[in-house]
Ligand binder design. Structure first.
Ligand SMILES: NC(=O)c1ccc[n+]([C@@H]2O[C@H](COP(=O)([O-])OP(=O)(O)OC[C@H]3O[C@@H](n4cnc5c(N)ncnc54)[C@H](O)[C@@H]3O)[C@@H](O)[C@H]2O)c1
Length: 263
């Protein structure tokens, strides 16, 4: 397969490593970098480009965006309008209704598809499947050690250094969460889009001095089933803010796009 990648950071590198371990290394990898002259082509068959136009012209079978919300706005509409199915890791970008509508319009124009992966989460398949049965309640709780909340609005809401018990410093809907805590925007937006929408998806963010890793908890009550899931994600060694599960989730999308059986 010819794989296009937008952004070449922790997730992109881990994604390519997972595909290689699975014996599914793409025959060509076209990477869109902000400055392709600076890009290191560290794999055989890998080339770098500097624009979405050049990426689309290289005719990838699938594009994976793993560069951030600004890159979704800047590059993904061109890929979709050119007819290239595109997996968006920075799902939080779709909390902007205008951008969401523009992406859908580009996909319609190009007869392509926007693929939203589970990313750091799990059970998104079950959530999306149960939506037609009526969702009564969907609650996401993001729990991290206090230090992991540094650099976010949490610093203004709670004394991160002085905690000796867990504190829920944010409780609101998924749109507020995506706006106020952009680093948590992807999980909140994924649940909202798979489930009952931004306004009806409840988000709680917790600074927990007892937590040793980033915990994602999802609890759903729906018409035909209820479930609770708890994921203890291990951080990427290259980017402690990113869970390794995201790269594996993207690898699954690539494998499902290229193999005989999609699961
Ligand atoms: N869905 C999820 O659960 C989930 C989880 C973690 C991360 N993510 C998303 O994945 C993104 C990438 O994560 P990462 O850990 O690899 O980050 P990273 O910082 O390690 O790498 C991002 C790369 O993208 C490049 N980049 C940024 N803006 C760009 C642009 N406009 N054009 C081209 N390249 C650009 C950067 O130079 C960098 O190389 C995050 O920003 C986040 O939005 C999603």
């Amino acid at each position: 397969m010819r794989l296009g990648i937008i952004g070449y950071g922790a997730i992109a590198r881990e994604l390519l490593a997972v595909l290689a371990r699975e014996g599914a290394a793409p025959e060509a990898v076209i990477v869109l970098m902000r400055d392709p002259a600076q890009g290191k082509c560290d794999l055989p068959g890998m080339v770098t480009v500097g624009s979405a136009r050049a990426l689309a012209d290289a005719r990838p079978d699938l594009v994976i965006e793993c560069a951030g919300a600004a890159a979704v706005r800047e590059h993904v509409p061109t890929c979709l309008a050119a007819g290239v199915d595109t997996v968006i890791a920075s799902v939080g970008a779709l909390a902007d209704d205008g951008l969401h509508a523009a992406l859908r319009a580009a996909a319609r124009a190009g007869a392509s598809r926007i693929v939203l992966p589970a990313g750091a989460l799990g059970a998104v398949d079950l959530l999306a499947a149960l939506r037609p049965s009526g969702i009564e309640e969907l609650v996401y709780t993001g729990r991290k050690p206090p230090a992991a909340w540094r650099g976010s609005l949490a610093e203004d809401l709670v004394d991160l250094d002085g905690l000796n018990a867990p504190v829920t410093f944010f409780s609101g809907d998924a749109r507020q969460a995506a706006r106020d805590f952009p680093k948590n925007a992807n999980v909140a937006a994924t649940l909202a889009l798979a489930g009952p929408g931004f306004a009806a998806t409840r988000v709680q963010l917790v600074a927990d001095p007892g937590a040793t890793c980033n915990l994602h908890e999802v609890s759903l009550r729906a018409g035909v089933a209820n479930f609770t899931i708890r994921i203890e994600g291990k951080p990427s060694p290259d980017n402690p803010r990113t869970s390794l599960t995201t790269a594996y989730s993207l690898a699954r999308e690539v494998l499902n796009h290229s193999r005989e059986v999609a699961i």
